[in-house]
Design a protein around this ligand. Structure first.
Ligand code: ADQ
Length: 439
């Protein structure tokens, strides 16, 4: 069966006049399946162009979306309604009827383009919160094998109730045959939503929609284990150079897209508290926070950016040797070299569907992540040091403890961590999902 992937972002990058498959994350995971079956990736076309780009074994079908609609569908509904609400940030939640109209139109355009590529018999795999209505639209048009993977958390019922279009959203997803989430908690909450909003008959494993059973299950995503292990030796020199730049200091690293869900200012405050409370460490550690710009067209992100940059500058002034903030998208190897150089990673989102940074860090470094309890990954990564990112005092104490961990405990935790991260390979994740869908 031909595989047709629907995702907001395309998996390619421009190199001079040509395009190349950008093999990172999702694209890398799906590439083997696409190669085996032949496949099409339907994505939003930058520049509003309707194009088909054929690369080796992969066709990218770009859905043209006007700038005005991008503002409503993407910057509006997806990023100012669904994203904050589903991460429990009600203060950032905005709603406008026009955004919803754009969201519906774009979902219909994706479904139409996908059907043109795959017909009724393809295997459709829809990704994420930008495209929640596409599964039902595909089904209405006759598609018979539809999967969805939801990459962000699913919120509790009282929170979902804030969304005026909650029912339509749940109905849209239930057009699928299989719905995947990162954790059993999200699965449970989705099942509850289906019961509450549609009065549907629900079992532990799914939802009855009339005579059709929609399976709902946890498929925890992972990272490219072999690729990251191979990166270790490639970035070793660069990592050594980073270490040499901070002689006598133990290195802590943080790396995130700029997003209020990632808890970056809270993390910096926790680190400052640590330096105040345990001043003996101020001469012996350095924290490198690497923040990638993101979603700059959305007002809440502009506010966060100026708040973060102010806090980071003030912290650099106060602790010039012990804190560094870089605000840039780093190349893959540059980022991994920083991971390899660091003894601990501060991975402290306030809420995160899963979180890949903790896993990438685990594979490339010798160290341990201090990981937020509120990341999906906390459920799976044994050996990580779990923290509450809202509590600066707790973060300060956790850091002090981490830095004085015995070698025996560090080793035991590393072993558990590696075993759990290796168990979550992203290639297996994709294969497992597709098998469950088509099997
Ligand atoms: P994201 O919210 O984007 O993903 P995450 O899973 O952490 O979050 O992935 C971020 C990626 O960006 C990582 O691969 C990381 O290495 C990279 N990155 C971070 N800082 C960077 C920097 N300064 N420069 C360059 N690259 C940087 C969404 C959900 C997550 C879920 C994934 C996959 O929000 O919860 O884990 O999808 O389902």
């Amino acid at each position: 069966m031909k595989l047709v992937v629907l995702a907001n972002r395309e998996p390619i990058r421009r190199v001079g006049e040509r395009y190349e498959v950008a093999l990172g994350g999702l694209a890398a995971a799906l590439y083997p399946a696409i190669r085996a079956r032949g496949g099409v990736w339907v994505a939003w076309g930058p520049g509003g162009l309707d194009e088909r780009i054929a690369l080796s074994r992969l066709v990218v079908r770009r859905v043209p979306i006007s700038e005005r609609r991008v503002a409503g569908y993407y910057q509006g509904y997806a990023n100012q309604a669904l994203w904050p609400l589903f991460h429990l940030f009600l203060k950032h939640f905005r709603v406008k009827r026009g955004w919803w109209r754009d969201y519906r139109v774009v979902n219909a355009a994706f479904a139409e383009a996908a059907l043109e590529e795959g017909g009724r018999d393809a295997l459709y795999w829809v990704h994420d919160y930008h495209l929640s209505l596409a599964p039902a639209l595909l089904r209405e048009a006759g598609a018979r094998c539809i999967g969805v993977f939801w990459h962000i958390p699913w919120p509790p019922r009282e929170v979902l109730a804030v969304l005026p279009e909650a029912e339509a959203l749940v109905r849209g997803l239930l057009g699928a045959d299989l719905i995947g989430f990162h954790t059993p908690d999200y699965v449970e909450r989705f099942l509850e939503a289906a019961r509450a909003w549609l009065g549907a008959r629900v079992t532990e494993d799914g939802v009855w929609v009339g005579r059709r059973f929609v399976r709902v299950a946890a498929f925890p995503i992972g990272v490219d284990v072999a690729g990251l292990e191979a990166a270790r030796s490639r970035v070793a020199d660069r990592a050594a150079a980073i270490r040499a730049a901070y002689p006598g200091r133990r290195i802590l690293v943080g790396a995130d897209r700029l997003d209020y869900t990632k808890g970056i200012p809270e993390r910096i405050r926790g680190y400052r508290r640590f330096l105040e409370k345990y001043p003996e460490w101020a001469e012996r550690v350095v924290f490198l926070q690497l923040t990638a710009p993101s979603r700059e067209a959305v007002p809440a992100y502009r506010g966060l950016k100026s708040q973060l940059l102010r806090l980071a500058r003030a912290t650099e002034r106060r602790y010039p040797e012990a804190f560094v903030h870089r605000y840039a998208v780093l190349s893959r190897d540059e980022l991994l070299a920083h991971f390899a150089a660091a003894e601990f990673a501060l991975v402290t989102p306030l809420r995160d569907g899963m979180n890949l940074v903790a896993m990438e860090y685990a594979l490339v470094s010798e160290g341990l992540p201090l990981l937020s309890r509120f990341a999906g990954a906390a459920r799976y990564l044994k050996g990580a040091l779990l923290v509450n990112p809202y509590d600066p005092e707790g973060l300060a104490d956790a850091l002090a403890e981490a830095l004085t961990l015995s070698e025996t405990e560090r080793k035991a935790r590393r072993a558990e961590l590696l075993a759990s991260v290796k168990g979550l390979d992203v290639g297996n994740w994709a294969e497992g999902f597709l098998e469950a869908l088509s099997g």
